[in-house]
Design a protein around this ligand. Structure first.
Ligand code: SF4
Length: 214
């Protein structure tokens, strides 16, 4: 805090506003169009984002990188892939030398790419009909790690299955099951998923096991 002004909150508000502008647009009511981002992340999170959304907390400008690149003139256009009567909509950050390129922020240098980034990259290769793709992770210190991938059919079939599940659950208005992972820590729905009501009766371990206190 400098003087009367809270510069940290000014920067946070700026990041939030830009982040909202760069968000992939999803029509919550159109359950026959599923965005690739929704299919590769926790389906419960994607469901809540449509039926009862809560704004995500953005950590800094590094989080905005992929969205900014998509908006630039050499960013790619979104493309659709038909799955029966459902449209799977993908949006690569960039297509360069006939390869899909994704940019992702990272806190540290990664040894392996994150599973949902791999699913996203692989699905983009099928949607745009490309054979190769790379993910570039960039840390806050501008350190880069790059991973390349050749497209894989089984991995894409898993995404197709998840697209169908999400579309069905939205239609039936049923909340998807929990998908616990490292992403839960930063998820805006953490409390909904894991914190029980304050007034819930506390049960001791001995009670749960049916043991007498005596
Ligand atoms: S907290 Fe975890 S399980 Fe719950 S919606 Fe978020 S990512 Fe999914």
């Amino acid at each position: 805090m400098m003087g009367d002004r809270d510069f940290r909150s000014i920067v946070k508000n700026a990041v939030d506003s830009i982040g909202r502008e760069l968000e992939i647009e999803i029509d919550a009511k159109d359950i026959k169009t599923i965005h690739l981002k929704e299919a590769v992340q926790c389906l419960r999170r994607s469901y809540y984002d449509r039926v009862d959304p809560k704004e995500v907390e953005r950590r800094g400008f590094n989080d905005l990188l992929a969205g900014m690149l998509r908006k630039l003139q050499y960013g790619s256009n979104p493309k659709e892939f038909a799955i029966d009567d459902i449209k799977l909509k993908g949006h690569a950050d960039m297509i360069a030398d006939d390869s899909i390129v994704l940019f992702r922020p990272a806190n540290t240098i990664l040894e392996t790419p994150l599973a949902n980034d791999l699913l996203y990259l692989n699905a983009c290769m099928w949607i745009y009909d490309k054979k190769d793709g790379i993910i570039i992770y960039i840390t806050g210190n501008k350190e880069e790690t790059m991973f390349s991938l050749t497209r894989d059919k089984k991995m894409f079939e898993e995404v197709i299955r998840r697209v169908r599940v999400l579309s069905d659950l939205l239609k039936e208005q049923k909340t998807p099951i929990l998908e616990p992972s490292n992403d839960c820590t930063d998820c805006q729905y953490y409390q909904r998923c894991f914190i029980t009501k304050k007034n819930a009766k506390q049960v001791s371990l001995s009670e749960m096991l049916g043991l007498s206190k005596d």
